[in-house]
Ligand binder design. Structure first.
Ligand SMILES: Nc1ncnc2c1ncn2[C@@H]1O[C@H](COP(=O)(O)OP(=O)(O)OP(=O)(O)O)[C@@H](O)[C@H]1O
Length: 293
């Protein structure tokens, strides 16, 4: 859906983005993360044709250039502050951009903003404005939606609502590129992660790839944990303990299962330990800093 290839962005002769490449396939929710000033907003603006760049940006195989914004007709976006007319009501703001009244009503009902739809936007709270901004980005069934910190200012219920809407649109094939500093929140929706540091893509992985990494661990519970430990030691399969569980790496999990099976131990639980993106990202950024000292 979105393809970013070898993109460089210079602002005031300073290189802000260097050779960035990544893809956002249809139906994917890609989390764009990185430290303050890494270039997340810049790359989003660049995709939207708002910044000069070199390299190639394609949306549905159509090239985005400084002068050709044709490809952007299928794109919805919320970058920095929502572009809202304060003296118009929420509904009037939406009507300005909507091409289909039924679609507008659907979006309003999905993001749950009926109760203040007819109030002037200047009286909206931060969270209400943010919801309106997200609703604007979702109008007209976009094929790609770009959201910069979408959960900013949203209360718990609104966060859950927006999360559901993102998942629903993604299931229907809409691609999402979402930046956020709240990794735990992103983790609930994203299917892939692009880590940007000092203008460069330093990691680009699907969540699935991440959970299949050799360092990924599984927590295992059998009907006889002490016998399970003895067997693992005997077979020289590495493990550690966490509460009632044995932790075994992805690389060893198959051999461990075979050992348990041949000794009639029953598996009561076998589950991947929840992917810890936070640790991985902090480690990666620390490695990067060491490399550049
Ligand atoms: N218009 C501009 N003029 C000069 N420098 C700019 C401009 N826009 C961005 N920059 C610089 O580009 C770098 C990347 O900024 P950007 O806003 O893209 O980062 P970010 O990853 O979105 O950061 P944050 O997480 O803090 O929002 C920063 O060093 C910033 O100072």
């Amino acid at each position: 859906m979105l393809s970013v290839q070898n993109v460089d962005v210079f602002i005031n002769q300073k290189e802000i983005i260097h050779q960035a490449s990544f893809q956002v396939p249809a139906g994917a929710v890609i989390g764009l993360v990185g430290p303050n000033g890494a270039g997340k907003t810049t790359i989003m603006k660049t995709i939207l044709g708002l910044t000069k760049f070199s390299g190639s940006i394609q949306i549905d195989n159509q090239e985005v250039t400084e002068n050709n914004h044709q490809a952007l007709q299928q794109v919805g976006a919320l970058i920095e502050h929502p572009a809202i007319y304060p003296f118009l009501t929420g509904l009037q703001n939406l009507e300005l951009y909507s091409q289909d009244h039924q679609d507008l009503q659907e979006v309003v009902s999905l993001v749950q903003m009926e109760s203040y739809l007819n109030q002037r936007a200047k009286n909206y709270s931060l969270g209400m404005k943010q919801k309106l901004g997200i609703a604007l980005a979702l109008l007209n069934k976009p094929r790609l939606v770009i959201l910069d910190e979408p959960m900013n200012g949203l209360d718990i219920e609104a966060t859950i609502t927006i999360r559901k809407v993102i998942k629903q649109y993604a299931q229907q094939g809409t691609a999402f590129l979402i930046s956020s500093h709240v990794l735990s929140e992103l983790q609930k929706v994203m299917t892939g992660i692009v880590l940007l540091n000092a203008g460069q893509v330093v990691m680009d992985k699907t969540v699935k790839e991440f959970t299949q990494e050799p360092q990924q661990q599984y927590q295992v519970l059998t009907d006889n944990q002490s016998q399970a430990q003895e067997l693992l030691q005997k077979k020289q399969i590495k493990f550690s303990s966490s509460g009632p569980y044995l932790l075994i790496s992805h690389a060893d999990i198959l051999s461990a299962q075979t050992v348990f099976y041949t000794h009639n131990l029953h598996l009561l639980e076998l589950a991947p330990v929840k992917a810890n993106f936070e640790e991985l990202i902090v480690d990666l950024l620390q490695q990067q800093r060491k490399m550049h000292v």
